[in-house]
Write a protein that binds this ligand. Sequence first.
Ligand code: SAJ
Length: 416
Amino acid sequence: MKICVIGLGYIGLPTASMFASAGCEVVGVDKNPKVIDALNKGQIVIEEKGLAELVSKVVKDKLLRGSLVPEEADVFIITVPTPITAQKKADMSYVISATESIVPYLRKGNIVILESTSPVGTVDELMVPILRKSDLKIGEELYVGHSPERVIPGQILEELVYNSRLAGGINPISSEKIANVYKTFVKGEIYLTDSRTAELCKLAENTYRDVNIAFANELAKICEDLNINVWEAIELCNKHPRVNIHQPGPGVGGHCIAVDPWFIVEKQPDNANIIELSRKTNDSMPGHVTERIKQILTGIDSPKVTILGITYKPNVDDIRESPIIYLIDMLRNDGINVSIYDPHVENYDGNEKDLITAARDSDLLVLGVHHNNFKELPFKELAEIMRHKNFFDTRNFVPTRDAEDAGFSCYLLGNN
Ligand code: SAJ
């Protein structure tokens, strides 16, 4: 089987490599010459555990190669980005141009699969009209559908193989053909459905988490007002056999959970009430943390705040949609001097090389992201170089005993 994968990002390149390692002939297509040059040398330009080794091997074995343009194949897989616009609508331009780019190469019996997370109706309303230009009968001579991935960054290669996935065709035969394509390397269950259901499921899975995190964040605000520790309350609630409340925090980041719910709201603005409110609740958290910080700093002249961790989640280098970046902007807009320390991030303006430099003369240390390296902070040393000894944990991550022993006043999100 020959496979053409369009878009070699965080999903496309690992997927192309997995097909290649299963013995398929794979052509990876990307419009960025840097990505293609690197690939043809067996190298990669993104970070993902195990990917560099895998790509190097399959390129050497001549099973995977890069190209700036598509070519004839048995299967075309589209894994291009679907970013969100300022108006909170899906930008489908990459899906449209990728679909148009394969039309000249389509032949009878080919399979076209959209993997990109997309609003409901993308396959049947947006792609199929473009694919008709091939003059092939859709669903009879050209099989089309959606098969979204469910992988978490950091464990992509493993999860591609072992997670279950959906094969949603525009007709039953398309679903079966798509399932058979993935069976070459997927060991998880593959469930057949239609393309619209598959599109909705992908969005609903991430929305499920967003809504549940919003509930936790709302509880955090409620507990602050009622003088209850939300973390303790959630832990106790979760002792109930059918309750699983998520964790509050300074907001939801990343390019999936903070984005996908808007694709449902876009198509169903009148019905998607809880979904939209949850998105807004989670987006309100950097502002809420800003207010708490300003309270802590009351009475301090020209305050300086030190933020620990700026990524969207712990132990990664990814700052896309990170709520901590919004928090920093808000604090700076309020005239607060902000210093930053995140050992996972390179090349971010103002990120200091070490904790002590960042915290010198600071009035407040804020834990933004719970990287493992922050579990044990040197509070004794920090007490000597900071102007005021305040510590605010937005993740309930750092045990406060050491901080209190060193004379720090400790504050916690979701607790007053
Ligand atoms: N977060 C909380 N409280 C929680 C859990 C998470 O505030 O209880 C925050 C995190 O701090 C982070 C954000 O949510 O800012 C999202 O992080 P994540 O690790 O939960 O998820 P992602 O965005 O890295 O990956 C998600 C996954 N989806 C689900 O778990 C339903 C992954 O399986 C998807 O494949 C991926 O989105 C995607 O590509 O859609």
